[in-house]
Write a protein that binds this ligand. Structure first.
Ligand code: DHB
Ligand code: FE
Length: 289
């Protein structure tokens, strides 16, 4: 499966490169919703009421309207819809859906544009696929347990982990990185435990040379997300969790451009005698409803 794999290409990462790779990946996902015409009409009316209110409140000019139209066209041409939407919209959708169901298990967070399914299966105590270059970064040993909400271990659960490298780039979405670098599907042992060796990721910068970057520059914002691990945790009969974990005290933890940090999702790694960062974090899964 290499349709969005840029790893054979060389050159610097660009907004067009990562945007188009993310768009290409998303276009291969099945998307459908059973929204009724009544619900579609209600949402449509509220969206256009909000646009009407904004146009009046801010007395939007014709020049501004034309700039917006041009920008929307460019977002599509750069393939940046997955980037822009997952930074500025996804966090609110995620929150609404968690709150509606009354879950008590581990909190979710946004998926972002760079998840890829079917990453290599790894034992419960394994090392993530990585290059020699990645071994120069600070090692991170991430261990814990997948449990139900009463704390019973769930053996055979899968923990999909994906994250950026020390330069802030994701495999399959930036050039020159092996296909499955820093992506793996860990299977928990009979007690639900895992212990994974990876590297300490770096903060991630939204590409600044495309329309998402221009958008942020237009209001003099910053394009940074704090360093994070992405996780998807599954076990039959339980609600699947898609979440992210952050690092206490790290840059941008208090000011994430994607507004996706939650206090419960901040890790406190400790350094061991061998210079590894070590951290324990467990996931509690709600029963499927
Ligand atoms: C984006 C990138 C991420 O790595 C992430 O976790 C969320 C959003 C983005 O570029 O849109
Ligand atoms: Fe990310």
């Amino acid at each position: 499966m290499t349709f969005h794999n840029l790893s054979a290409e060389q050159g610097d990462p660009s907004a067009k490169g990562s945007g188009n790779a993310a768009t290409d990946k998303f276009k291969h996902e099945a998307v459908k919703s059973d929204t009724s015409p009544e619900r579609a009409f209600a949402i449509y009316q509220d969206v256009f009421k909000a646009i009407e209110d904004i146009a009046h409140k801010h007395q939007v000019t014709y020049d501004e309207y034309r700039v917006l139209k041009n920008w929307l066209i460019q977002v599509g041409e750069y393939g940046e819809w997955p980037l822009w939407l997952d930074v500025f919209v996804e966090h609110e959708i995620e929150k609404v859906n968690y709150e509606r169901k009354g879950y008590t298990g581990t909190k979710g967070s946004i998926e972002g544009p760079y998840y890829v399914e079917n990453s290599p299966k790894l034992e419960w105590n394994a090392e993530m696929p990585m290059r020699d270059k990645d071994r120069e970064a600070t090692p991170l040993i991430f261990s814990g347990q997948v449990t139900d909400v009463d704390g019973n271990g769930l053996g055979g659960a899968t923990v999909e982990l994906w994250h950026a490298d020390e330069d802030g780039y994701y495999s399959q979405f930036a050039p020159g990185i092996p296909e499955w670098n820093l992506r793996g599907t860990i299977v928990t042992n009979e007690n639900g435990e895992y212990s994974i060796k990876t590297l300490q990721p770096a903060p991630y910068q939204i590409p600044t040379d495309g329309p998402t970057g221009w958008f942020i520059a237009s209001y003099e914002g910053h394009p940074w997300r704090p360093a994070h691990l992405h996780l998807r945790v599954k076990h039959p009969g339980y609600r699947e969790i898609t979440t992210q974990l952050y690092f206490r005290g790290g840059d941008w933890v208090d000011n994430d451009v994607a507004t996706a940090v939650k206090p419960e999702l901040i890790l406190d790694p400790q350094q061991d005698d061998n210079g590894n960062n070590t951290v324990n974090y467990s996931f509690a899964l709600d029963k499927e409803d």
